[in-house]
Design a protein around this ligand. Structure first.
Ligand code: NIG
Ligand code: FE
Length: 411
């Protein structure tokens, strides 16, 4: 089936030749075609260009986009959307003066979510998670990474990863699974950290790998969580099972986790709210994508990732939501793009590149999604009538998306 979208006010992120990512000054260049057409066949983009050159196609469905723009879907490379219940009470506790750290230290935080998840059936967990996935697809997300890490026992981690697998089977968008058994130490291992690391390496990892439940491995490398040494040990164990590292580093402190991740060829390093000059220097010359999560900074009132320093040094940057029950109960990439502009001083061009092609890179999906390119998946959204693409981040909090296409289909 062929569909032709015509009279598109502006077709965003058009790349004749596919690229993997954009870095430094190039991030400020967002290729677009004004007054454009787009042709899709089944689930693929097969042609696009200026209306002047629109081909005659018989038997095609025509969609008139007068006044509206088309963006490639957002690529959200960092989420934890498989979780049970919520942590609204901790949100109120923080309003009343407790810190995120204090809440975690008294058994709240990740351990609170783990307890809820362990008590929730796989069916119920699937139901709650599928609802979140439906919600983010309607907000324009067309590819997503999802982590485990709220199980913290072999059975519960496997339950999470099987839910992710089921989501993959039942939803059309590309979904990548990450094993994050090293998210926090369970209470039973508080004084026996090596014991839990042993469980991760010798019990969880072999099972995750043999059932093919994850492509990436993640560790929360942070003061009070996993040390750099422990992180590196788990990364290397993951690599032996073919899992590529994507690591939580530098959220609250810079302790050397970024350098260890880059040394081990991590696909991405995520959070980066606290960055030293050395951290930035280490990223130069590497293939590791730095990923910023501005909704997390917003929700926890912690510093924003220094995007200007990162981009102005010539590095790439990706943007993702971090959708999770504790630090970021929101999966809205439109808000992420707006917040990156408002709080991190990224231009709309930089933010859109970061949320599309660079997000795709951070999931190994640059060949499939992230731009309007022939052969790529027909995952995109049509906006309402808007005056310019910069209007999307400008009108933060307003949903400018009218229709979402996944695999060439809407609805
Ligand atoms: O990315 N920082 C580590 N993990 C999650 C949040 C964990 C939680 O509070 O549930 C994050 O922010
Ligand atoms: Fe996270």
């Amino acid at each position: 089936m062929i569909t032709v979208f015509k009279n598109i006010k502006e077709l965003i992120q058009t790349r004749e030749e596919n690229i993997n990512k954009v870095s430094g000054e190039e991030m400020n260049i967002l290729p677009t075609i004004k007054n454009a057409f787009l042709v899709i066949e089944n689930d693929r983009i097969i042609n696009f260009g200026s209306m002047k050159n629109i081909p005659t196609i018989t038997n095609a469905t025509i969609v008139d986009c007068t006044g509206k723009m088309i963006f490639p879907s957002w690529c959200d490379s960092h989420t934890h959307i498989v979780y049970a219940g919520n942590r609204e009470q901790e949100f109120v506790d923080r309003i009343n003066g407790l810190t995120y750290e204090e809440i975690a230290n008294r058994g709240g935080g990740i351990l609170n979510s783990a307890k809820k998840l362990q008590e929730t059936s796989e069916e119920e967990l699937y139901k709650q998670s599928a609802k979140r996935l439906e919600e983010i697809i309607l907000l324009g997300t067309g590819a997503v990474e999802i982590k485990s890490g709220y199980g913290l026992t072999l059975a519960a981690e496997l339950k999470m990863l099987r839910v992710i697998k089921k989501l993959k089977e039942n939803f059309g968008i590309p979904i990548k699974a990450t094993f994050l058994g090293a998210h926090a130490f369970p209470a039973a291992y508080k004084t026996n950290e090596e014991g839990y690391i042993d469980v991760i390496i010798n019990e969880m990892l072999p099972k995750v790998a043999s059932e093919n439940l994850a492509e990436f491995i993640d560790i929360f490398c942070e003061s009070g969580y996993f040390t750099v040494k422990q992180t590196e040990k788990i990364i290397q164990a993951g690599k032996k099972h073919g899992l590529q590292p994507k690591i939580h580093v530098n959220q609250f402190t810079s302790i050397g986790g970024l350098e260890a991740s880059v040394r081990n060829n991590a696909l991405s390093v995520d959070h980066l709210e606290v960055m030293t000059l050395n951290d930035i220097a280490v990223l130069k010359g590497s293939n590791t994508m730095p990923v910023a999560l501005p909704s997390c900074s917003y929700f926890l009132s912690i510093p924003y990732t220094p995007a200007r320093k990162i981009i102005d040094t010539g590095l790439p940057l990706a943007l993702a939501t971090d959708y999770n029950p504790g630090s970021t109960p929101s999966g809205n990439m439109n808000f992420v793009v707006a917040t990156a502009c408002v709080k991190m001083k990224m231009t709309p061009e930089e933010a859109i590149n970061a949320a599309t092609i660079n997000g795709a890179y951070a999931m190994n999906l640059s060949n499939e999604v992230g731009s309007i390119t022939k052969g790529k998946k027909a995952n995109f959204f049509i906006t309402k009538e808007i005056p310019s693409y910069g209007f999307l981040p400008y009108s933060f909090g307003t949903n400018v998306i009218e229709t979402v296409y996944v695999n060439g289909k809407n609805g």
